[in-house]
Every structure is written in C-alpha cells, then in structure tokens.
Design a protein around this ligand. Sequence first.
Ligand SMILES: CC(C)(COP(=O)(O)OP(=O)(O)OC[C@H]1O[C@@H](n2cnc3c(N)ncnc32)[C@H](O)[C@@H]1OP(=O)(O)O)[C@@H](O)C(=O)NCCC(=O)NCCS
Length: 169
Amino acid sequence: MPTVTLEPCVDERRPSMDAMFQLYVHDFSEHWAGLDRGELEEDGRFEDYPGLERYWVEPGRSAWFIRVNGHLAGFALLSASSHSGEPADHDVAEFFVVRKHRRGGVGFAAARQLISARRGQWEIAVVKANIGALAFWRRVAAAMAAGEVDEQWVDDERWNGAILRFVIA
Ligand SMILES: CC(C)(COP(=O)(O)OP(=O)(O)OC[C@H]1O[C@@H](n2cnc3c(N)ncnc32)[C@H](O)[C@@H]1OP(=O)(O)O)[C@@H](O)C(=O)NCCC(=O)NCCS
C-alpha cells in the first residue's frame, strides 16, 4: 500500500487544482452524453470550476491535495453545504483520485483521514449516474460512521442521486 497523505492546498497552488479539475470534469463528462453541459471551450479546456475561489475565503470550506508517495494524485474540496436540506457540519463537495492510482485504496485512505478529523454530521451527495462513486462512498461511510448511514434518493431541484448522511463521533 503506498503512502497516502493530505496537504492543504494553499491559494498559490490553485493552478494545480485547476489542472486536476480538468481531469475530473473529463471523467464526469462521460455521464453528460446528450446534455448541454460539459462541452470543451475553444482553448481545448473545460470551463474552470465555478466558485473555486470560495474554498480559500469562506469559513467551513477547504481544499486538499491527495498525494501518493509524495506525488500529486488527486484532490478533495470540503464544505458545509447540504443537498438534502437537513443540517450538515461537513460535506465532500468534490473528490478525485487520478486514474493511475484508482482501486488501490488511495481514495479510501484519503477520505478516512479527512473525515475522521472532523466530527459532526456529514453529508455526501453522489449523482445518480456515478455508480462507482456511490459504491466507494457507501464503503467509506459504512467504515467510519458512528451509527447508521442514512441513504436518501432524491430527484428534484435539490439533487439527482443519492445523499449519504452519517455522524462522526
Ligand atoms: C470514486 C473514486 C474517488 C474512488 O477512488 P479510489 O482510490 O479508486 O477508491 P479505493 O481504491 O479506495 O476504493 C475503496 C472501495 O470503494 C469501492 N469502489 C471504489 N471505486 C469503485 C468503482 N469504480 N466501482 C465499484 N466500487 C468501487 C470498492 O469497494 C473499493 O474497494 P475494492 O477496490 O477493494 O473493491 C475515484 O474512482 C474517482 O476519483 N472517480 C472520479 C471522480 C469521482 O467520481 N469522484 C466522486 C465524486 S462524488
């Protein structure tokens, strides 16, 4: 098992986050066939993450690099938003492991470090089409939750997919 570490992404390193976000959107664009969203811009890039700057200014938000044996291998964006409408202390807004390092436990190790360090009510929303991510977050939540994991399915203006809610004691 490689060494998985988290590093706060300081504002000066935002370009690295922007670059990895391009890979993340490319992964997600697989789920957007037939929809208007997710077209490449004329410069060959996807639109930058809207509101990324909020992760360095708004309380409750934070941005993290995931490193594998010291190499950049993904990122996590945390906030305190709620898709369910119920109160949440923390949520995983975005989470990404680069393809080379998938299915080796890197995402699990990074998620465990992030989540175990933050007590309270967690919420993780996963879009309906992202079946692999739902399996991943179910595994993480089941391993970490102090009690039951509440799984809601919604298809309305709040969200289209699953919302996992659990408590870290
Ligand atoms: C989802 C993601 C973060 C998982 O990262 P990862 O490092 O590959 O996950 P892990 O290796 O730690 O997986 C832990 C367990 O989760 C489950 N899991 C992870 N990815 C899965 C997949 N694609 N399909 C089914 N189960 C999966 C498995 O049970 C896995 O254990 P196993 O490999 O021993 O069977 C990664 O695939 C990714 O970045 N995807 C693209 C972006 C994305 O969808 N992010 C989530 C947004 S909500």
